[in-house]
Design a binder for this molecule. Structure first.
Ligand code: NOJ
Length: 766
């Protein structure tokens, strides 16, 4: 049985199996759900659009390589640096090699770099301009350190599994928001001359069983994300499409299987969706040790293996000689990699690869400063804007010259040491005993410093000539009744390598209720690496304010104090739904486990289709605690004057056939409808509003986010917000036509403050 299974895996494609699968006849290519026919051959990169010049140079470069030199491009090797992976040099042709390193929120494993806010924090900011700036500055740091490729950003997981251990690395539980932010991030990083590897492609929604595990000679395969064609297009592929449209030079295939074929040898997702439908011109690199086949992977569209390979190497030339692989496939693999290097101008303007990446930062090494003073504003502003204020009873915030502030909770304080050592992937505890500014695993960046909340609050007291008391160890602290406010800091930790064990923890909740029982102005700050529920105390009369502070990076305390004291006005909005109770999330609350009859080949059937997060809450009519898109400000915003205007672009039912460009059919980006509305800052302080547009597409979910516009509005002023709706925004994926299709009937259009606070409604027909 195992022989059969691994033979099937080597084929790299999928076949249909009509017999009901049992533990006896199951093979790793057994078909359960969805339709993933094999797609061969692997399409050659064509040098379309902006890639033309890079491909011309790459082709002439590759023509000069020996077979052995070509093979060296296709797999990593161990170099004497601390990069996550390396490709060797071809010195005789002036190619210095490549250094690739984590992660999407700052460089890991070295010194003199910044710890930027994580994906979830950028998602909560809903700020495209800021996402772009953050990315540009991060890219510049990687550039100074000699890192050619940033292993990120993350758009998979999308957050389907609520307890998923890596949801915090991605931006949002919505493909549109995630797609808009990944687009800016790809462009920002690559503007700095550093490539991105958008990850993890695709269906990488849980950590449990992400890798095969062998015990007593029996192997349990990676979990298979079984996703139907419509759902993959409308949800999971969507943000990857935006990343390809933005020019991403690389995509990282994931650990899991998709429809029972490993992601890094899945011809449907690599050759089919990515390279044919989306017209991807860059290269596919494996996640680390995610290669589970030999030639089958290459034929399925894999271009580079990391951190090294045991099955490729000279076997590639043997495969070409015996006809199991085309020579043109090897040339295409190398061309895609070298074209990416030219595309980023790394041939003319790049430091020595890995120069700022010591093997061990605690040994003597060359000092390369990655940071720069001009990043400061973007670092702080990105940290500020990912905070989401969800309760502010009696406008207790911002604090008004508080005489005495009392600070409680383990999350207020700095860690005892700031260690730049490599990450560990041990099972993540529910909380971390210091302030949480980033999650764990390969996305745990190495900040230049960390300003903890307690430090920043003390600095504020120094400046104001006021007082601070604190107890950051007790879970039932004494409270001085003279306290103007009691700030309670708790966190919710998550890390690569394991999923979370719940969405609350009783120690933290007891701390909150203990303080609230003694202090009638208890303000709770939660640093949360994922969704954190608040039902244990949200309605407590003494819990006056609550902030989801997410993962702000190294300026965490400074950003928070700017918000608490009113120098900044909260403008974050939830990029996910906070339920009243965990069971409201339904079957996608927990990761799936390997259970009979598929114990050896764990199956995760995405039967809910596109109905995750707010789409599911709307469909089931479940009232959330705090809905997707929700967040308070110190001012209020009024909406008026909805205007929905068709453009002159022809809205034929099917877009005319077109040459596929990067991102797919270019007609998908035709703007069919423009929507505008007026937003007034009706309060007395300046603030930023995230105006959100949702569309009810006929035959689709009740509402889906299809536009947002974050605008600064001075007190008393009114601005116009605009939303451009593209053909893709207004279409659904047709499995029969294998194309995006506009729908007949009435489209509902909603504009407002959140997914459930939508004062303006209108409609359109196409
Ligand atoms: C495994 C992680 O899944 C991936 O995100 C990371 O880039 C690689 N390790 C390299 O560290």
């Amino acid at each position: 049985m195992y022989g059969l299974a691994s033979f099937a895996a080597l084929l790299g494609g999928l076949s249909l199996c009509s017999a009901a699968p049992t533990e006896q006849n199951i093979t790793s290519d057994t078909y359960f759900y969805g339709d993933s026919p094999p797609v061969y051959p692997s399409p050659d990169g064509a040098g379309t659009g902006s890639w033309a010049a890079a491909y011309v140079k790459a082709k002439s470069f590759v023509a000069q390589l020996t077979d052995e030199e070509k093979i060296n491009f296709t797999a990593g090797y161990t170099a004497s640096n601390g990069c996550s992976g390396n490709i060797p040099a071809v010195s005789r042709l002036g190619f210095p090699g490549l250094c690739v390193s984590d992660a999407g929120n700052g460089l890991r494993g070295t010194d003199f770099v910044n710890g930027w806010p994580s994906g979830i924090h950028v998602g909560a900011s809903w700020n495209k301009t800021l996402a772009h700036q953050r990315a540009l500055y991060m890219g510049q740091e990687f550039h100074r350190k000699g890192v050619n490729l940033l292993l990120g950003p993350v758009v998979g997981p999308l957050g389907r599994v609520v307890e998923g251990g890596r949801n915090w690395e991605g931006f949002a539980n919505d493909p549109y928001l995630s797609g808009a932010l990944v687009y800016e991030t790809v462009q920002g990083v690559q503007e700095a001359g550093v490539g991105v590897s958008v990850k993890h492609y695709i269906g990488n929604e849980q950590e449990t069983n992400r890798n095969p595990e062998t015990e007593n000679g029996v192997t349990v395969a990676s979990v298979s994300s079984n996703i139907d064609d419509k759902t993959i297009h409308e949800l999971y592929l969507w943000p990857f499409q935006d990343a390809v449209l933005a020019g991403s030079v690389s995509v990282m295939c994931s650990y899991n299987r998709v429809n029972n074929s490993y992601s890094c040898q899945n011809s449907k997702t690599l050759n089919g969706l990515l390279k044919t439908e989306l017209g991807f011109q860059g290269y596919v690199v494996t996640d680390w040790d995610a290669q589970h086949a030999g030639i089958a992977g290459a034929n399925a569209g894999l271009d580079m293996v990391m951190p090294s390979t045991t099955t490729w190497g000279s076997n590639l030339t043997t495969a070409i000689a015996n006809g199991s692989m085309e020579a043109s496939r090897l040339d295409d693999m190398v061309t895609r990699i070298v074209a990416s290097w030219y595309q980023l101008n790394q041939d003319t303007d790049f430091p020595s690869p890995g120069i700022g990446m010591p093997v061990d930062v605690y040994s003597e090494h060359e000092i390369v400063i990655g940071t720069s003073a001009d990043e400061k504003d973007a670092l702080l502003q990105s940290a500020i804007e990912g905070h989401v204020l969800v309760k502010n009873q009696g406008s207790v915030l911002p604090l008004q010259s508080p005489r005495l502030v009392s600070v409680f909770g383990y999350d207020a304080k700095a860690p005892e040491s700031l260690d730049l050592a490599p990450v560990s992937l041990s099972v993540a505890p529910p909380t971390q005993n210091n302030t949480l500014w980033v999650g764990g695993g390969s996305g745990a960046n190495n900040p230049a410093y960390v300003i903890a909340p307690l430090d920043a609050i003390q600095q504020q007291a120094y400046e104001d000539n006021t007082a601070v008391l604190w107890d950051v160890t007790s879970f039932d602290p004494d409270v001085d009744p003279a306290s103007h406010a009691c700030l309670v800091f708790i966190n919710s930790y998550a890390s690569e390598g394991s999923d979370r064990t719940g969405l609350v923890d009783s120690d933290s909740d007891t701390l909150v209720t203990n303080v609230a029982s003694k202090c009638n102005n208890t303000i709770v700050v939660i640093h949360n690496a994922g969704i954190r529920l608040v039902y244990n105390w949200i309605d407590h009369e003494n819990v006056t304010a609550v902030i989801f502070a997410h993962l702000p990076g190294q300026d965490t305390g400074k950003a928070l104090v700017d918000l608490l004291y009113g120098r900044a006005n909260p403008s974050g909005r939830l990029p996910y739904t906070v339920a009243k109770q965990a069971s409201d999330y339904g079957a996608v609350l927990h990761p799936v486990q390997p259970v009979a009859p598929y114990g050896l080949f764990p199956q995760d059937n995405f039967t809910e289709g596109v109905y995750i997060d707010y789409r599911a809450f709307d469909k089931e009519d479940i009232t959330p605690q705090f809905e997707f898109g929700f967040g308070l400000s110190y001012t209020t915003f009024d909406y008026s004057s909805l205007n929905i205007q068709r453009t002159s672009v022809e809205a034929t039912q099917y877009p005319p056939a077109a040459v596929i460009q990067e991102g797919g059919n270019p007609r998908l980006w035709d703007v069919l409808v423009n929507v505008t509305a007026q937003v007034e800052n009706a309060g007395s302080v300046d603030g930023a509003e995230v105006a959100q547009l949702y569309v009810g597409i006929p035959n689709g979910p009740i509402r889906q986010l299809r536009g947002f516009d974050k605008v600064n509005i001075l007190a008393g002023e009114t601005v116009t917000v605009t939303f451009a709706l593209t053909r893709r925004d207004l279409s659904t994926w047709s499995v029969e036509a294998q194309e995006w299709e506009l729908q007949q009937g009435e489209y509902k259009v909603y504009v407002g403050r959140s997914s459930r606070d939508l004062p303006l409604t209108g409609s359109l027909t196409l």
